[in-house]
Write a protein that binds this ligand. Structure first.
Ligand code: ADP
Length: 153
C-alpha cells in the first residue's frame, strides 16, 4: 500500500526548516501532501494564494510532493486523501510539548493515523515562520531563512 503523509502547517511563509523536513520525509513516505490549513479565525500575514504559490515553486521538481489547502481537522483531511501519517517537525522541547498534546489527542479521535516526527537539523532549529514574519514586517532581510529558490521582497 502506498505510504502517504500529510505535512500540515500554516507555511506563513515556508522556511528552510519546512523544506528540509519534507525532503527528509521523502525517504520514509511514497508521497507527501503539504497541507496548508486555512483557519477562518486567523487571517495570517501573507495571503494564502501567495503561500501556496511559494510552496508550489519550492517543490515543483518533486513529483512525490503535492500542495493542498484544507479546512477543519487535520485527521479528517488525512482520511479524505487516504493518508495514514501526519508528518511534523520538532525543533525544541516546547515544540515537543505542543505536539505531544495534539498527537495524543489525534490518536484518540483517529486511531489509524500515526504522527511521525523528524528532528530539525540544528542549523534550522532557530528558524520559525513567526520570526521570519517579524523581520519582514520591519523591512529586514529574510533570505537566509527561506528556501534558496524563493525571492520574497
Ligand atoms: P503550525 O501553524 O502548525 O505551527 P508551521 O507552518 O509553523 O505550522 O509549521 C508546520 C510544521 O513544521 C510543524 O510541525 C513545525 O514544528 C515544523 N517546523 C516549523 N519550523 C521548522 C524548522 N525550522 N525546522 C523543522 N521543523 C519546523
Amino acid at each position: 500500500m502506498e505510504k502517504i503523509a500529510v505535512f500540515p502547517g500554516s507555511f506563513d511563509p515556508i522556511t528552510r526548516g519546512h523544506e528540509s523536513i519534507v525532503h527528509r520525509g521523502l525517504s520514509l513516505f511514497d508521497r507527501i501532501i503539504v497541507a496548508l490549513g486555512e483557519n477562518p479565525d486567523k487571517k495570517g500575514y501573507f495571503p494564502i494564494d501567495q503561500r501556496i504559490k511559494w510552496l508550489e515553486e519550492v517543490f515543483q521538481n518533486e513529483k512525490r510532493v503535492q500542495i493542498k489547502v484544507y479546512h477543519g481537522l487535520t485527521v479528517n483531511f488525512c482520511n479524505e486523501v487516504n493518508a495514514s501519517y501526519i508528518l511534523r517537525g520538532l525543533r525544541t522541547a516546547a515544540d515537543f510539548e505542543f505536539e505531544r498534546g495534539i498527537g495524543q489527542m489525534n490518536k484518540v479521535i483517529a486511531p489509524s493515523v500515526e504522527t511521525v516526527f523528524i528532528l530539525s537539523y540544528p542549523e534550522y532549529s532557530a528558524i520559525s515562520s513567526s520570526i521570519v514574519r517579524d523581520i519582514h514586517r520591519h523591512g529586514g532581510d529574510i533570505s537566509a531563512f527561506i528556501p534558496t529558490s524563493l525571492k520574497i521582497s
